[in-house]
Design a protein around this ligand. Structure first.
Ligand code: ADP
Length: 396
């Protein structure tokens, strides 16, 4: 039986896909279709023969998946020859119900639909991807892998907000946490790099991409995480504010007459680095900072300060820390963020090696040999993790 999994990540106007060998992690092909439903869409497919692009209008997710399958047929590799083991779907919100990857059937679709109020921006798009893939691959097992699942091990004192208890009981208002697929992958990789058993390790893992979050992972299980009921809470992100005094919402309503939707949109799409410096892409922000832009410098400082606060807090939660692990676009690539966020923490046993940090070697270690806490850079690979979890599930 093959280990090939088609991994699908459906967004509101996009469809991302990868064909992964779950054994080796090799991506045999991947692609992205953006601006679905607009007059001009953008499709990119990378296969064995290189990259192909087009800008034909693609009206729906169904058309997008069909266009992706056409690209496999034209540019390879042939899905018929490869024989897929499963289709793996990234699903953002699994609520309190899903702590594991789950085979998709009508009941699962109904349950994920029930969770839409908790993730109105994400789950409907994920469901759309599931529906079209089920229609196109009716005979293949399809597996939902939830971003929240890894954090279902949070203890009640970590996931409970101090609000009237019926808010949780009746409306599911609690911390769920996200980026779980990345945490699962990166924690395992970090243990391998350290030559230790994951079950013996206390890790602080920082996923710093467009979205940013941090988790305290004890023995491979998440015990704290910075994102909450939605991915808005916690660290400063590209376009999201992260932590904010909840009273700001009332102030915006009373003083500025804003609607709930306006507030949601501002805090999710116009805040964070973009709100502070007009730029959410970290590379652009760094260029602005290098050119002496004061807003970019402040945005960088706020971003790193927030990370440092969380590192201190999660150190306290864990008691002892074996390693701090940086991953995702910013975490893997910005030596500045790693250096500034961890500056002055020598008394906690955290010592970065400036030479290693500037250009991490294969093993990812960027701390000094005498650092009590190892600091690692570990590339994430959520697609591989989804493929692995899907194959493990269908093989039983
Ligand atoms: P996503 O959350 O969408 O998966 P990524 O993990 O790809 O995001 O991270 C995207 C972020 O990483 C962007 O802000 C991008 O500017 C930043 N990034 C990518 N490469 C670098 C780099 N070499 N230096 C600094 N930041 C980088």
């Amino acid at each position: 039986m093959s280990d090939h999994v088609l991994v699908i990540n459906a967004g509101s106007s996009s469809l991302k896909y990868s064909l992964i060998d779950a054994g080796s992690g090799e991506a045999l092909a991947d692609g992205l279709i953006e601006r679905i439903g607009e007059s001009e869409s953008h499709q990119k497919h990378r296969g064995p023969d290189g990259e192909a692009e087009s800008s034909d209008a693609i009206g729906s997710h169904e058309d997008a998946l069909r266009a992706a399958l056409d690209a496999f047929e034209t540019h390879g590799p042939s899905l018929d020859d490869l024989e897929l083991a499963a289709v793996g779907h990234r699903v953002v919100h699994g609520g309190s119900k899903f702590s594991k990857p789950t085979l998709i059937d009508d009941a699962l679709v109904a349950e994920v639909t029930e969770l839409v109020p908790l993730a109105p921006l994400h789950n409907p798009a994920n469901l759309e991807g599931i529906k079209v893939a089920r229609r196109m691959f009716p005979d293949l097992p399809q597996v939902a892998v939830f971003d929240t699942a890894f954090h279902q091990t949070l203890p009640p004192h970590a996931y409970t907000y101090a609000v009237p208890s019926e808010w949780l009981e009746e409306h599911g208002i609690r911390r769920y946490g996200f980026h779980g697929t990345s945490y699962s992958f990166v924690s395992g990789q970090a243990a391998r790099e350290l030559g230790r058993d994951l079950s013996d390790l206390n890790l602080i893992v920082l996923h710093l991409g467009n979205g940013c979050s941090v988790s305290a992972v004890r023995g491979g299980r998440s015990v704290e995480t910075s994102m909450g009921m939605t991915p808005l809470e916690g660290l400063v992100m590209g376009t999201r504010s992260g932590d904010l005094d909840p009273a700001v919402h009332g102030h915006l309503v009373r003083e500025l007459g804003w609607s709930v939707d306006e507030i949601d949109k501002a805090l999710n799409s116009k805040a964070g680095l973009k709100g502070l410096a007009g730029e959410n892409d970290f590379r652009e922000l760094s260029r602005l900072r290098d050119s002496g832009d004061a807003n970019a410098q402040l945005a960088f400082d706020v971003y790193c300060h927030r990370i440092k606060k969380y590192v201190g807090a999660y150190y306290a939660v864990l008691g002892t820390v074996d390693a701090i692990v940086f991953t995702a676009g910013v975490g893997q690539n910005s030596a500045d963020v790693r250096a500034v966020a961890l500056e002055g923490l020598e008394r906690l046993g955290i010592r970065l090696d400036p030479v290693r940090n500037a250009d991490p070697a294969e093993d990812g270690v960027v701390s000094t040999d005498d650092s009590g806490v190892a600091v690692l850079v570990v590339p994430t690979n959520e697609e591989w993790e989804i493929a692995r979890q899907a194959v493990d599930l269908v093989r039983g």
